[in-house]
Design a protein around this ligand. Structure first.
Ligand code: NAI
Ligand code: MG
Length: 354
């Protein structure tokens, strides 16, 4: 098969780990006889420097004309003093919005070998296999107005808005995933306080009728934050709105020990998908060959499985990653006792070998 993949490395460690994605695709292409045409474009701070905007038209056009998109991470100290409407992170919000990437999926498996690097007790961390489904293009991050008001700008306003249709499509997506997995869906909201959450809950209950095989429960976001630590093994699929999902998924990511292990997928209604690690551009370690490339490599595996109909190919990458970990290699973020600590380049090489 021939596929065109857009690679948007972005900033900081995004640039270092993007080479891991490219190397993985090349290896898979060779082994399975596919041709991946990789085309690169700037986004985020790199795009501000080269094009004066965090999401250039040319980058968006490339994304739209590709079979799938891989993204590293955006942001960095250099651009931190810009007003929020001009920052690198805007590029990310804009591409999600422009491509209609409303469903953000974050699978959080327990990597048996990594249990010791989790801050949770091994018997708790070892029992985790969840999927967080986060609404990505609505809610507080996109609501207008978002501004300062008053004579001295002493009042700030952000707006949390959702339409029924926006909630329905993400809820249906989550039910579909729950049906294909363990059949348990936890909807997370704050229905005791927020009107948006009350509508969210209504819709989940309505849609539940179409999925008799899926068990549904509702949980307030504060309780969910607690349960993710005390009993994360209870979750199969979690569905929640944008802000809650942002926070809970970062929290949940620590269960496995490092942000550097977790991939994500963002899907549109038409099936176009953007794949990126959960972590950011990690300015504190950028350029030091310390970044863990596995989240990026596992994002590439998700891309093969979800967008390109290449399940075996994606699984071959996941097995390669597992095998490197089993063989006792890790990057500095993982802090595994008795393991050989290697840098970004070497970790990529070890995965490709396998
Ligand atoms: P971050 O995820 O970049 O870093 C948090 C901590 O985790 C840092 O100590 C970092 O060194 C470590 N870390 C992250 N990824 C790692 C990896 N692959 N290997 C080893 N260690 C890793 O989040 P932070 O520091 O809050 O944000 C840094 C910049 O990234 C900011 O400009 C922020 O806006 C941006 N950001 C971008 C995201 C994206 O592009 N999707 C997501 C989150 C933040
Ligand atoms: Mg986040």
């Amino acid at each position: 098969m021939k596929k065109k993949i857009a690679i948007l490395p972005g900033d900081g460690i995004g640039r270092e780990i993007a080479s891991g994605a490219a190397a993985a695709l090349e290896a898979v292409g060779k082994r399975f006889g596919h041709e991946f045409e990789l085309e690169y474009a700037d986004i985020g701070g790199a795009a501000i420097d080269s094009h004066g905007t965090p999401l250039p038209e040319s980058t968006l056009a490339l994304a739209k004309n590709s079979d799938a998109i891989l993204l590293g991470a955006v942001g960095g100290l250099k651009w931190d003093s810009l007003p929020s409407a001009e920052r690198p992170e805007r590029g990310l919000l804009a591409i999600r919005k422009e491509l209609g990437l409303f469903a953000n999926l974050r699978p959080i498996p327990s990597f048996k070998t990594l249990v010791q690097s989790s801050p949770l007790k091994p018997e708790i961390a070892g029992n985790v296999n969840m999927l967080i489904v986060r609404e990505l293009t609505g809610g507080l991050y996109f609501g207008k107005p978002s501004e300062r008001r008053g004579d001295n700008n002493e009042v700030v306003v952000d707006t949390l808005q959702y339409t029924r249709a926006e909630i329905e499509r993400i809820v249906v997506k989550a039910f579909e995933f729950a049906k294909a997995r363990d059949g348990r869906l936890t909807s997370v909201d704050k229905a005791n306080v927020l009107e948006s959450s009350r509508m969210w809950r209504e819709i989940v209950n309505e849609k539940a009728a179409d999925y008799p095989d899926v068990t549904v429960d509702h949980m307030y976001v504060d309780a969910a934050a607690m349960k993710l630590i005390s009993n994360p093994g209870q979750f199969d699929v979690i569905v929640t709105e944008n802000l809650f999902g942002d926070i809970l998924s970062d929290e949940a990511s620590m269960i496995t020990g490092s942000l550097g292990m977790l991939p994500s997928a963002s899907l549109s209604e038409s099936g176009l998908g953007l794949y990126e690690p959960v972590h950011g551009s990690a300015p504190d370690i950028a350029g030091q060959n310390k970044a863990n490339p596995l989240a990026m490599i596992l994002s590439t595996a998700l891309m093969l499985k979800y967008s390109l109909d290449m399940r075996l190919e994606g699984e071959s990458i996941e097995r390669a990653v597992q095998s490197v970990l089993n063989d006792g290699y890790c990057t500095p973020d993982l802090q595994m006792e008795g393991s050989t600590v290697v840098g970004t380049d070497k970790m990529i090489e070890l995965v490709i070998e396998r």
